[in-house]
Design a protein around this ligand. Sequence first.
Ligand code: ZN
Ligand code: ZN
Length: 286
Amino acid sequence: MSGQKKAKKELPPIEPVGVPFVDSHCHLTYGTLAKEPEAVVQRAADAGVAAMLTISTKLETFGEVLAMAERFDNVWASVGTHPHHAADEAQEATTERLVELAAHPKVIAIGEAGLDYFYDRSPREVQQQVFRAHIAAARQTGLPLVIHSRDAEEDTARILQEETEKGAFPFIMHCFSAEPWLAEKAVELGGYVSFSGILTFRKGENVREAAVRMPLERLLVETDAPFLAPEPYRGRICEPAHTAVTLRKLAELRGRTPEEMARITAENFFRLCTKAKPPAVFAEAA
Ligand SMILES: [Zn+2]
Ligand SMILES: [Zn+2]
């Protein structure tokens, strides 16, 4: 092998799930996914992933996210500013502006917004201010807020508690990677928790524990594609089709069949995202 490039290991194909379900968080406008979205969406459908929510991380590029959603009947968009970009967009990402952009029929959620103290790319006070502006937009529109929280458990819980006291708002803790208590706190405040490929990682013990403790009616699944491909695809480009792998893991952890878990998570998604009209394939499977 010396001097030769190591060949990529052959991996088994993704095993499809026979009941349609939803990837509640992906970035179809990122990297290679954006180059061939028709093929990506088709491969997802082949795996049972019959709908997906493509996520905005900057108002500056929201137009691209919206254009992607407009290309497909089964793809919706969110609108918001990720904590990484909070400093750049603190002036633009006001509640008023978010509410205005959310009026588009393809926009079914606010975010992703929240706190990222792992990278700290924006000052923490600015992250918190922009997070609260998004919360107010979710409260006003009734659209769920997609929350990004990394290494910021205490402040996330505190802000969610304070803001809920001002008036409840729907939300999703996306790509859950925190301690199980934060998932329980989210549930207590009326939120949903979305699990990604981390559920399959060797070091995902905490995340698996959170998933086991969740009430079934608050569970969602996602990829966060093109990031975080589940095992055994870890390190490859993640795409929405990989949600099938994470769904199978979640089903195993909860002692359910993948088909049952597909039904449960799809029902949860459409109960929460009231603006998204389920494509016909969901009604046929019900
Ligand atoms: Zn995120
Ligand atoms: Zn994301």
